[in-house]
Design a protein around this ligand. Structure first.
Ligand code: SAM
Length: 235
């Protein structure tokens, strides 16, 4: 198994590039790679190349085909859970194949994230993508109000679902269409407010259940994505 490293766009555009201090530390000190050793360099957007350590940095070699992505795009709109729970969501959902994650500040969100949180989430996504051998690093949006995010959604062919606990709604598994992109919203510990549910329905979101038990705000997006990934990959 070759080690994987997402590199910067500026590095990707050169045949030979200088390693950042962090990259040099990871490759040479943590992984103990020597000059001449190889690793897989990723641009984080789907492209991969074999790379080789040189005395001054690294050299990009042949292109590699990586086939670990889901066949559909899945965007999750996730109300921020309390504490550091969103970090677990970023890590697990990256492993499960999410395309993009939008942190939501909802009417009942308890956490008001500090500015440096976003950088940390994007780094967690990068490390998880490297570890699970993905070609794409999911995009993590800046936290935003749910209704503002709904208003900014671009028209697309993606099916839209809002996960609601304690409602008489069809199961997500029963309504998923294989091969169709999906946008899925999950709420905070206190649940969505009625105006948020109605706002989502107004822009085409279908209310769905994830089963009879009440899942934690951390569990719900992971459960929803697991179902979507299973349906997308089963054929
Ligand atoms: N007390 C809240 C309520 O009654 O809505 C429970 C919220 S739950 C802890 C957090 C979020 O996870 C919900 O807003 C919903 O999006 C999702 N969720 C949890 N269990 C669910 C289920 N069985 N079906 C659908 N969504 C669920």
């Amino acid at each position: 198994m070759a080690y994987r490293l997402v590199i910067d766009l500026a590095q990707w555009q050169q045949q030979e590039f200088v390693l950042s201090l962090e990259q040099a530390h990871y490759l040479q000190r943590v992984l103990r790679l020597q000059v001449g050793d190889r690793f897989v360099a990723l641009d984080g957007r789907g492209a991969a190349r074999m790379a080789q350590l040189t005395p001054t940095g690294a050299r990009l070699l042949e292109a590699l085909a990586i086939a670990t992505e889901l066949p559909i795009a899945v965007q999750l709109l996730v109300a921020l859970p309390k504490g550091s729970g969103f970090e677990d969501i970023v890590r697990c959902c990256t492993e499960l194949g999410v395309t993009a994650l939008q942190p939501i500040i909802s009417d009942r969100t308890l956490l008001k994230p500090s500015a440096n949180r976003h950088q940390r989430w994007q780094k967690i996504a990068q490390e998880a993508a490297e570890q699970c051998e993905r070609a794409i690093v999911p995009h993590i949006g800046l936290p935003d109000d749910f209704l503002a995010v709904l208003a900014a959604l671009k028209p697309s062919s993606a099916a839209r679902y809002i996960c609601v606990a304690r409602h008489n709604a069809p199961h997500l598994l029963a309504v998923l269409e294989p091969g169709q992109d999906a946008t899925i919203a999950t709420g905070p510990e206190g649940g969505w407010s009625e105006r948020e549910i109605q706002g989502a329905i107004a822009v085409g979101f279908q209310p769905v259940t994830l089963g009879r038990r009440i899942l934690r705000a951390i569990t719900a997006p992971i459960a929803a994505l697991t179902l979507v990934a299973a349906v997308a990959e089963k054929s």
